[in-house]
Design a protein around this ligand. Structure first.
Ligand code: NDP
Ligand code: MG
Length: 400
């Protein structure tokens, strides 16, 4: 039996992971489930999956969960933990084999790192871990013999389109394998064809109404601004030792091709499938084997047409800002990410307009100088400072 800790179990990726585990229950066990404060959802998951440990980061939510689990004879033996340290604890628990890192945002960094330092198989959905601390994270994976498998659908597709040896040969460059370019696909989100003049008035619900994927609200807004793709460019650069110039973003509105790898003999390898996160989740859990994920087979005749276009950097300013941050290096990606988290939250609270998200990120980046990202302390300090600047900018947004 393989013991899986699911960090962010109550979220979109977490729930899809549990759906896969339910189909593969003779092979995988949900050993630990974590959430921030959604007691009802975590309670239901505890009843269905009987994990050994349940973590609620929020203390009062943990107390409430504990009480509800005690009142149900089926769930009395589940241990309830609380606080951020409990996330690191389950990520490094010696009984845990695989860690699904599916917490949203910078809040997921510490536990992803704890999984890397404990040499686990890390199923990485939390792209922010790599965006903020790519060098430290990749080093921790290497030094501790962890196995890092990408869950983000594009990166999972790239991984599947890479030569098998890519991940086992230590000194590797794309060039060594005849790879010319990584073609990172993007749906373009809900506003791909909206008149630019209308973007100011877009509401959170419109921004979260993604045409092809069902996801949490934060990443849905990031898809609408294409900051998500920007974060993914940075994520890909760390996962595949690629430079900004090696990664071409391709808008592909149908979300059927999940990304491609272009080789110097003219071949382009791609991974296709229905847009459903259970495919990359099942791939990474079963790797190097394959297993049923519950996703329907792709009906290529029904799709009939696939289209592609270049991204418009004037419409998707956040994508440009992310490329800039990657080229700057050091703490620049952490600053970009922190400012974006603040701006997206302010937009979701209807405090700023959709088009002010890139303004806040851009001004935070110009006000805070990036330094080298040699230690976690430096990265976290850049993250904190960037959040403070971005919050102030949100308040004084009319003066930007
Ligand atoms: P959701 O918002 O749906 O879920 C987030 C999860 O994280 C919930 O379990 C939530 O708990 C928990 N959480 C939130 N804040 C904290 C915190 N401060 N401390 C601890 N736990 C916290 O997110 P998604 O599933 O959409 O995304 C998760 C990650 O996966 C993100 O990094 C995203 O970029 C990435 N990803 C997501 C994809 C998708 O299809 N959704 C696709 C590719 C990548 P609670 O419910 O209690 O708030
Ligand atoms: Mg993605």
């Amino acid at each position: 039996m393989i013991n899986v800790a699911i960090l962010g179990a109550t979220g979109s990726v977490g729930s899809s992971t549990l759906d896969v585990i339910a189909r593969q229950s003779e092979r995988f066990c949900a050993f630990a489930l974590t959430a921030h404060s959604n007691v009802q959802r975590l309670y239901e998951q505890c009843v269905q999956f009987s994990p050994k440990i349940a973590v609620m980061v929020n203390q009062s939510s943990a107390d409430e969960l504990q009480q509800r689990l005690k009142d149900n004879p089926k769930t009395t033996s589940i241990q309830v933990l609380s606080g951020c340290d409990a996330l690191d604890q389950v990520a490094s628990d010696e009984q845990v084999d695989y860690v699904m890192a599916a917490i949203v945002g910078a809040a997921g960094l510490s536990s992803s790192l704890a999984a890397a330092k404990s040499g686990k198989r890390i199923l990485l959905a939390n792209k922010e871990s790599l965006v903020m601390s790519g060098a430290l994270f990749m080093q921790a994976v290497k030094d501790n013999g962890a196995t890092l498998l990408p869950i983000d659908s594009e990166h999972n597709a790239i991984f599947q389109s890479m030569p098998e040896q890519f991940n086992t040969i230590k000194a590797k460059t794309l060039n060594d394998f005849g790879i010319e370019k990584i073609l990172l696909t993007a749906s373009g989100g809900p506003f791909l064809n909206k008149a630019l003049a209308d973007l100011d008035n877009m509401t959170p619900d419109q921004a979260c109404n993604h045409p092809t994927w069902e996801m949490g609200r934060k990443i849905s807004v990031d898809s609408a601004t294409m900051m998500n793709k920007g974060l993914e460019v940075i994520e890909a650069s760390w996962l595949f030792s690629a430079s900004a110039d090696d990664i071409q973003v391709v808008i592909h509105p149908q979300s059927i091709i999940h990304s491609m790898v272009s080789y110097n003999d003219g071949s382009v390898l791609a991974q296709l499938g229905n847009p459903d996160m259970r495919t990359p989740i099942a791939h990474a859990m079963a790797w190097p084997e394959r297993m049923d994920s519950g996703v329907a087979q792709l009906n290529i005749f029904e799709i009939a047409q696939l289209s592609f276009q270049k991204p418009d950097f004037e419409r998707f300013i956040c994508l440009q800002l992310a490329y800039d941050a990657l080229r700057m290096g050091g703490t620049a990606p952490a600053i970009l990410n922190a400012a974006n988290e603040i701006a997206v939250e302010a937009f979701l609270q209807e405090e700023i307009a959709f088009t002010q998200i890139p303004d806040i990120v851009k001004h935070t980046m110009s006000q805070l100088k990036a330094v080298s990202a040699d230690s976690l302390a430096l990265i976290l300090s850049a993250d904190t400072e960037a959040r403070q600047i971005a919050k102030t900018l949100c308040i004084h947004r009319d003066k930007i």
